[in-house]
Design a protein around this ligand. Sequence first.
Ligand SMILES: [Zn+2]
Length: 366
Amino acid sequence: MNKTKNKYHPPSRIMGSLAIILLNSLLLFHSVYSSHAISQPSDHGKQNREIVVISKDSTKHFKDSMSPVGYDGSISATQPFPEWLADFTYLKEWPGIDPPYVPLSFIDMNQIPNSVPIHEMGACPGDRTGCSFDCHKCVAQDDIYTCPKLSQSFDDGPSPVTTRLLDNLQHPTTFFTLGINVVKYPEIYKQIQAKGHLIGSHTWGHKFLPSLTNEQIIAEIEWSIWAMNATGNHIPKWFRPPYGGIDNRVRHILRLFGLQAVLWDYDTYDWQLLNNQRTEQQIFDEARSWLASSGGQKRGMILEHDAHDRTIDVALELSNNIIGHDQLTAAQCVNGVEYIKTFGVDNEEYAAAAAVNVNENFIYVS
Ligand SMILES: [Zn+2]
């Protein structure tokens, strides 16, 4: 990292934003973990189920989904804060649950659509032109929401239980990680990587993006990318929005980073195991029905969580005894690239430069 410090300098235009960054960082130190981010899943689920409308035949497989776990606020980051990021952000450590917005030279805030109404989770606007997935199950052309083979995917990690999944899973799969967990469990992240699985971003801190300002959305995305870059030496291509919260404003920002959304058409609701709203048997029965649906084509993208022992047990039963090992990663589902860029450990300077210019040379798959 030392060579990076001497050779890499942030773009001069970024320097003008120093005051904003310093202000944000000061605010950061005074921030507290918000109840919004750590609300109990039962609250989220109840709120969403009451309001989401599913009406069209084409959306019959979609269901609303809440996820169980965010992060453990009592665990500190162990991934070192890289010097290139310190040079760029003027911070010294990874942020907490509310990451500061760091302006990026390739983002023109004036181009971000202002016609999409900001909405809280479950408080859906009547206007559907924003193409909300969480409200109306609307998908854009470049959203991935299914797969030619019925395939599992896992959100909210890495977590301590992820290792048991890694030890027993016999096929490549996709993990959508939270930046705040990546820097808490960097060794588990590297195990995911070493096993050949695909890793995508699930934001920094699991907020419901359509309720946030543009700056807050950018912060959630950029910090997740930096966490993955610092830990895995790569820049993600694939992104899963927490709670399925995505609309055309969020998509516009994602595209600036070269990211594409990976949604789902089958939901295990595995987090409901944790508050006894659901049983393992229910999940297994539904998975068998998914295999039989659509004339037995065995296609689809399944949402799960590597977050708790019981969700890991379900994942392994699904993989080993119900769905089988003939599965695809999200990238394989669309014959897409795995990452926008990957770097060797001897090329950290380039990685650092790319980390703040991540929209270079990205490829869209649709
Ligand atoms: Zn999640």
